[in-house]
Design a protein around this ligand. Structure first.
Ligand code: DC
Length: 221
């Protein structure tokens, strides 16, 4: 049987780091569903598709030529043979991803691809609607959150560590706008599944978050 662990929550709550650690610890596959929305936004931008053209966007999503390769310290993302691992992490790509993600035909086009990641022995699925839409039968569902101020602080630290400039007020405003877009859209809005465990990581270290989730996994029959 393939065990699926879903980790949903707003941007910057620490889902990415948590999911990588969990997948490594358990020897499970990893689905970074946000990357698929980011790739759709980037490919649409490259192909000059308008963000209001839902059929055009859905076609881009359905025909994404993407390969996720294991790389040192994470995953290398190849789009049409080109390494876009860094490009898709840019703030404007995240904002565009949030826009294309509101388009139901795009979500439909990505659904089967996401479910295809569930292979033995198990999957850790990172996103916004993993527990509510994509893997509704998952035995462990977590909704990881943190205050928007804490999430902005973590993003600033991450950017500064990478030697990039970071404006706290701008980042906080972007986070709040993206939360609003993701929470208020009609298609699979960001919300905890009814059977999700809600974890607020505002005052928790990543190790504390990891052990809280591992405790849930250990309770599995
Ligand atoms: O997790 P992320 O920041 O890489 O996600 C980028 C955007 O993609 C996010 O603002 C909303 C969208 N998204 C989504 O709608 N559903 C998912 N399962 C994952 C991401």
């Amino acid at each position: 049987m393939t065990v699926v662990i879903t980790i949903d929550g707003p941007s910057g709550a620490g889902k990415g780091t948590l999911c990588q650690l969990l997948a490594k610890k358990l020897g499970f596959h990893l689905l970074d569903s946000g990357a698929l929305y980011r790739l759709t936004a980037l490919a649409a931008e490259n192909q000059g598709i308008d963000f209001d053209d839902s059929e055009g966007l859905a076609q881009v999503a359905a025909s994404l030529d993407v390969v996720f390769e294991p790389a040192e310290g994470g995953v290398r993302v190849m789009l049409a043979g080109k390494d876009v691992s860094t490009t898709i992490r840019q703030e404007h790509v995240g904002m565009n991803a949030s826009k294309v993600a509101a388009c139901q035909p795009v979500r439909d086009a990505l659904l089967r691809r996401q479910r295809g990641f569930a292979e033995a022995p198990g999957l850790v699925a990172d996103g916004r609607d993993m527990g509510t839409t994509v893997f509704t039968e998952a035995p462990v569902k977590v909704f990881l959150t943190a205050s928007s101020e804490e999430r902005a602080k973590r993003r600033v630290a991450q950017l500064e560590q990478a030697g990039r400039e970071a404006d706290y007020d701008q980042i906080l405003a972007d986070i709040e706008l993206r939360d609003k877009q993701d929470r208020e859209r009609e298609s699979s809005p960001l919300r905890p599944a009814d059977d999700a465990v809600i974890l607020d990581s505002t005052n928790m270290t990543i190790d504390e978050v990891l052990s809280a989730v591992m405790n849930l996994v250990k309770q599995l029959p």
